[in-house]
Design a binder for this molecule. Structure first.
Ligand code: AMP
Length: 426
């Protein structure tokens, strides 16, 4: 049964506001990204001083890198620049150090060691580099955590000019930081002699552009996770573009409650019931399918050991928590995914960290992996789920940028991308 049908049947509430935004007709001019910025692949890097901003912010425990995903994603760009005969300087951040203070705990030293190994050449880590860097063509140096530089976060133009003075060509390749206007991203792009997009950033924008601008239809989005509040803008923007919107996790619980069902002790947001009703009304106005689970997996406690029970929505007790979608719902969603032309996936549909409540997310993950649709996934938990169920390789494009991925899908302008586009008009 469609959500909107259920809504009408159950809640009987008049909607305070119905947005008359027609689906699939809203365009975002700033997101028309095709070929609107200079690409590294179109620049002659030979004997040039090239400063490359990468996202190398990896988890490090006791000096050991625990996930090299971001490093592996950035490596081909560095190899390309080096092999083209550039003198390569790599600029990156790690963690949230205090500006103006060197903290060994936030140093990029383990990253320099990893790069040295993977590039099979020494990659020195330079601590003092703002007044100039000595680097030869074919060599690669890593510049220490740029968030230790005063003015980085505030996008200080003076700091941006110092970064720019280091190079002839600035390459913005850090999609994961493209949503932040900082000196090493947005600021330096404006003042570098030449500024272009690196291959990783360009691939992200191409994949996201393909999804939002000319998707193979039906376009289906899955938005799971814990809270509607963190994904309200995303839900509203996607609703104007997609043919089907599957909500999951704590987000789905808020929609279930908004439709008048008992959600017991489940995670949901009472303050957002009206917002959820508005979204359901908007979906109805647009003809967008927004299915709500017909069955769910409940438990008496939020625990890996709690006994899972499959229930229909009508049977949920006040002491129970919804921790996953049920098998009937998972099968219905998998069918929708199999029929889709494009799938965007952000967020698990249950507490997948506990095996007893991961089945729904697993069924959806397998459906995405097996679908003929062009698929794109992003966000920390989503990638963890894709890894857990062994399907990450079978997703067409896995985004490296959590926050930037979401902001792009929310319809927001990414400051670094806007700056690149603006430079392309110089
Ligand atoms: P987010 O960080 O907002 O993307 O949310 C991801 C988290 O939501 C994961 O850690 C999931 O365990 C959690 N989650 C998913 N479904 C539920 C649920 N039904 N109740 C509580 N937490 C959930």
């Amino acid at each position: 049964m469609r959500a909107v049908e259920l809504l009408g049947a159950r809640s009987g509430q008049a909607f305070i506001e119905v947005w008359i935004i027609c689906c699939h007709q809203v365009t975002f001019p700033h997101q028309d990204l095709s070929m609107s910025f200079l690409r590294m692949s179109n620049c002659d890097l030979h004997n040039r001083r090239v400063l490359i901003r990468e996202d190398l912010n990896v988890p490090i425990e006791n000096g050991r890198i625990t996930s090299t995903q971001r490093l592996a994603a950035a490596l081909p760009t560095l190899q390309k620049a080096r092999d083209a005969g550039a003198a390569v300087m790599v600029l990156a951040h790690r963690g949230r150090p205090r500006e103006g203070v060197f903290a060994a705990s936030e140093s990029l030293a383990p990253v320099a060691a990893w790069l040295s190994r993977e590039l099979a050449q020494p990659v020195p880590l330079l601590r003092d580099y703002l007044d100039g860097v000595t680097v030869q063509p074919g060599a690669v140096v890593l510049l220490e955590n740029c968030r230790m530089n005063i003015g980085e976060k505030a996008d200080d133009p003076a700091l941006a000019r110092r970064y720019a003075a280091l190079c002839e060509i600035f390459v913005m390749d850090a999609f994961g930081t493209a949503h932040r206007a900082q000196a090493s991203t947005h600021g330096v792009i404006q003042v570098a002699p030449t500024a272009c997009a690196g291959p990783l950033l360009a691939a992200e924008l191409d994949a996201l552009g393909r999804v939002l601008q000319a998707p193979a239809r039906p376009l289906l989005a899955i938005v799971g996770g814990s809270k509607v509040s963190t994904k309200l803008t995303l839900l509203r923007n996607l609703l104007t573009k997609v043919d089907q919107l599957i909500v999951g996790g704590g987000i789905a619980n808020t929609f279930i409650a908004a439709m008048g069902y008992e959600v017991g002790a489940s995670l949901y947001e009472p303050d957002l019931l009206d917002a959820a009703r508005q979204i359901l009304a908007q979906a109805q106005a647009c003809g967008t399918a927004l299915p709500i689970p017909s069955d769910v997996v409940v438990a008496p406690a939020f625990s890996a050991e709690a006994t899972p029970t499959v229930k229909r929505l009508e049977a949920i007790k006040s002491t129970e928590m919804i921790l996953d979608i049920g098998p009937q719902t998972a099968a219905d969603y998998a069918k929708r995914i199999a029929a889709a032309g494009t799938v965007v996936w952000n967020g698990p549909v249950g507490v997948f960290e506990f095996d007893a409540f991961g089945k729904g997310t697993e069924v959806l993950a397998q459906a995405i992996a097996g679908a003929k649709a062009f698929s794109i996934a992003g966000g920390g938990d989503t990638l963890a789920a894709a890894d857990k169920y062994g399907i990450a390789e079978r997703i067409d494009y896995v985004s490296t940028g959590g926050g930037a991925f979401l902001e792009f899908l929310e319809g927001k302008t990414l400051p670094a991308v806007a700056a690149l586009e603006s430079r392309a008009k110089d």
